[in-house]
Design a protein around this ligand. Structure first.
Ligand code: DLL
Length: 433
């Protein structure tokens, strides 16, 4: 069983928690150097902290706090110590920026290296980083980790799909990193270009940065004949390297020597019991330039609380697949659901290709839900009976899953809008009431 840093990855729980308490105290003390936290922490006495749960004595930090304190308001080091800036990928509102010292970059690369090695990938692999470089953290974040592991790293970035395929072929890429939506698109282009996605040397895929279902992972694994690993992170907490699946694929290990996890009720902020689904709230434990305390991630998941130690030997907590962001929840005809539930249904139909879109509208005073689905080309052979049966089957399965009955529309492959970055699946035309 391969490890990058076996000592820390398998640290007994009591030692891990003691380390968390020590680092939490140091982090709070460091935070007082920033303009924002100096005030915010007036009533906090970290010298009394004895368990990781004492983190709850600290106020939350939100994305709005980061925006309001743009640009250097949360920084705790002199400007000359900062070597890197990243930005969150939000498309609305003011950007949030995150700063790193040299040591922060080292630690981040180390966390990513742990993730990579945990999947069985290593020095001998050729790694194609098919994700956006630049202010987005997926590119550089993974790049530094992969180089640290010693992989031959190809910084191919996102887009120019035919060239991506050529690179895979010419340099015998064995491991890739991509968003699930983009890598499925790559597979479609491979087929159009006369390749079989299975004929490449690929063996492992790292997929993340956007919600995706278990069915989508299965689809990726089957299409390329690889093993695909879910990767979770966010810019405010470095980027990739926060939580990642090991070879057991029984949840994502969240690196608790660097991050302190809480799961709270998104409405009240109250702590939930182990295993209950709620919003992840995360505190950085060893960041220098811009530590963040109790960050409201907006992401919904739960701790895997099966009472079992992961057979891989790692002691760090495991979290479930991310269901979506709290604000992704749709309410249609008074019923609540997440777009990921629709994806789960769609990807279980082999006739469905890789792209889909969910449209919510108000027709008169009624909500309507349309699910646009790209089908494989072979489905457009003029056999209308087959299409009608599929439409009825998909409609029923979606209704069984989310209660609301959708209108299902079929489209040819490549005809629905596609993003090279994070997929935009939902168009809500209702506007705010
Ligand atoms: O997406 C960092 C990243 C890059 C993670 C590459 C994994 C791989 P942001 O652009 O700040 O950072 O977006 C963070 O994306 O709060 C989640 O809502 C979503 N997200 C990230 N990973 C996953 C995942 C990067 N595996 C936001 N599953 C997060 C579901 C994810 N959602």
């Amino acid at each position: 069983m391969p490890f990058w840093d076996k000592h820390i990855e398998t640290l007994p729980r009591d030692e891990l928690e003691a380390l968390q308490v020590k680092r939490l105290k140091d982090t709070v003390a460091r935070c007082r150097k920033s303009i924002f936290y100096r005030n915010r922490l007036k009533d906090v006495d970290e010298s009394r902290f004895t368990t990781p749960e004492d983190v709850s004595l600290i106020p939350f930090t939100t994305k709005d706090d980061l925006r309001a304190n743009y640009d250097f308001g949360l920084v705790t080091v002199p400007r000359v110590e900062i070597v890197r800036m990243h930005s969150s990928s939000g498309t609305t509102g003011k950007a949030t920026v995150i700063f790193h010292t040299r040591k922060d970059i080292e630690i981040w690369a180390d966390l990513v290296a742990r993730c990579i090695v945990m999947t069985g990938a290593g020095k001998a692999d050729v790694f194609q980083n098919i994700i956006s470089y630049g202010m987005f953290t997926g590119g550089l974040g993974f790049h530094y980790g992969a180089e640290k592991v010693g992989m031959l790293t190809i910084p191919s970035g996102v887009g120019n799909t035919k060239r991506q395929i050529q690179l895979m072929k010419d340099f015998n890429t064995t491991v890739f990193h991509a968003t699930p939506s983009y890598i499925l698109y790559v597979s479609e282009v491979m087929v159009q270009e006369g390749f079989d996605p299975k004929e490449f040397d690929l063996r492992i895929g790292f997929v993340g940065a956007e919600p995706h279902s278990e069915q989508t992972r299965q689809r990726i694994e089957d299409t390329f004949d690889i093993s695909a690993f879910n990767s979770y992170g966010m810019s405010e907490l470095n980027g990739p390297g926060v939580a990642f699946e090991c070879e057991e694929k029984a949840g994502m290990h969240l690196w608790e020597d660097s991050y302190l996890l809480e799961v709270v009720d998104p409405a009240t902020g109250e702590k939930l019991s182990p295993g209950e689904e709620g919003e992840l709230v995360i505190t950085t434990l060893n960041r220098e330039a811009m530590p963040i305390l109790r960050y409201r991630t907006g992401d919904l998941a739960r701790v895997i609380d099966d009472g079992e130690k992961c057979p891989c030997g790692r002691t760090h907590v495991r979290i479930s697949r991310i269901k979506g962001r709290c604000d992704d929840m749709l309410i249609v005809k008074g019923v609540n659901f997440y777009p990921s539930q629709i994806e789960d249904v769609l990807m279980s139909f082999p006739e469905v290709a890789t792209n889909y879109q969910v449209i919510v509208e108000r027709v008169g005073s009624l909500d309507s839900l349309t699910v646009r689905v790209e089908l494989h080309p072979k489905m457009f052979d003029g056999d209308l009976r087959k299409l009608r049966k599929l439409e009825a089957d998909i409609t029923k399965s979606i209704q069984d899953e989310i209660v609301v009955s959708p209108k299902v529309e079929f489209h040819e492959p490549g005809s629905l809008p596609r993003s090279e970055g994070k997929a935009v699946r939902v168009v809500d035309k209702r506007g705010k009431i």
